[in-house]
Ligand binder design. Structure first.
Ligand code: NAP
Length: 278
């Protein structure tokens, strides 16, 4: 029997920068599947029409990226409980009956990136410091809590947004004033940057690492550049580091599995292909 031709893609605005086509089309080739993954540049006021068109076009589903992650959720027939808690979706799966199921795999991607770097990593190994309270922080904080983190020190330039996350996600989170962020590194087992500081085109993250134990794992959600100043400084003082590429690659795996029926692996060739686009 001939294999079914499976189509998927990513909706965003703008979307041209997305690495998702490189990732998914690499896996389609690697696993000898029939199909394609495209870019859909969808203006915000066209989002509903575009999403409602997925079953009619026969797509298996799509990824959802900035700025549609929150608004797309309202258009789903079924929302995965984790995505509902995150308040945003990044993946839609169209069922054979044409229903739209919304998921969010960013948290899975983040946790998996830590485990890829350090297979014996445990969320409850000690306090965690998280910088930032935007979309990436929601995924990171929620997934760390679900993995058993007992103390998350959350600090954000705009304190109210960190407080709102704390109010929503509860007792494991302690809000730390942005001016106190350097001291918040004392005794932590994991430090995570989810702000955009250090990203290509942005200033470096202003953070003193003196109090950070050298045993702490240091991760940055940023993947352009691959090694931010934070990660470089941490590496030079002996900390193990994890860049944002693992989160990006791993969040794509469950979506590919849902659409194409194969849980894909991250090969060195895929990493090379993505690095060539950075
Ligand atoms: P976002 O929702 O816009 O949040 C941006 C965060 O950066 C907020 O906490 C914001 O603080 C903080 N920030 C901005 N300017 C700052 C400054 N001058 N000083 C201190 N903090 C500042 O963005 P996001 O979607 O969470 O993305 C954040 C980063 O994560 C980006 O670099 C993105 O590329 C990366 N990311 C990576 C992945 C991956 O798969 N690896 C996935 C998602 C995101 P305020 O609240 O005070 O504005």
């Amino acid at each position: 029997m001939a294999h079914k031709y499976v189509m998927a893609g990513v909706m965003g605005w703008p979307v041209a920068h997305s690495r998702s086509p490189t990732i998914h089309n690499h896996w389609i080739r690697q696993y000898g599947l029939q199909g394609a993954y495209g870019l859909f540049s969808v203006q915000p006021d066209k989002l509903e029409d575009a999403i409602r068109g997925l079953p009619a076009l026969g797509l298996a589903g799509c990824n959802i990226t900035i700025p549609h992650k929150v608004n797309a959720m309202k258009l789903m027939d079924v929302i995965d409980p984790l995505a509902r808690r995150m308040g945003a979706i990044n993946t839609i799966v169209v069922t054979p009956e044409g229903a739209l199921h919304g998921f969010n795999n960013d948290g899975f991607g983040y946790i998996q990136s830590l485990l890829d770097a350090k297979p014996d990593w445990k969320a409850d190994a000690g306090p965690v410091a998280v910088l930032g309270a935007g979309g990436a922080a929601r995924a990171v904080v929620l997934s760390l809590l679900d993995q058993g983190a007992t103390e998350i020190r959350l600090t954000n330039r705009t304190r109210g947004k960190a407080q709102a996350l704390c109010d929503e996600f509860g007792s494991g989170i302690k809000v730390v004033d942005w001016s106190e962020r350097h001291d918040a590194l004392n005794g932590v087992a994991l430090l995570v940057n989810t702000t955009n500081q250090g990203m290509h085109g942005e200033p470096e993250l202003d953070l003193q690492l003196d109090q950070l134990p050298t045993t702490a794992l240091v991760s940055d959600a940023i993947y352009v550049p691959l090694e931010t100043a934070l990660l470089r400084n941490a590496r030079l003082r002996g900390n193990a580091t994890v860049n944002g590429l693992g989160m990006l690659l791993n969040q794509a795996r469950p979506a590919f599995n849902a659409w194409f029926g194969v849980m894909p692996e991250i090969s060195p060739e895929l990493v090379q292909a993505i690095m060539a686009t950075l």
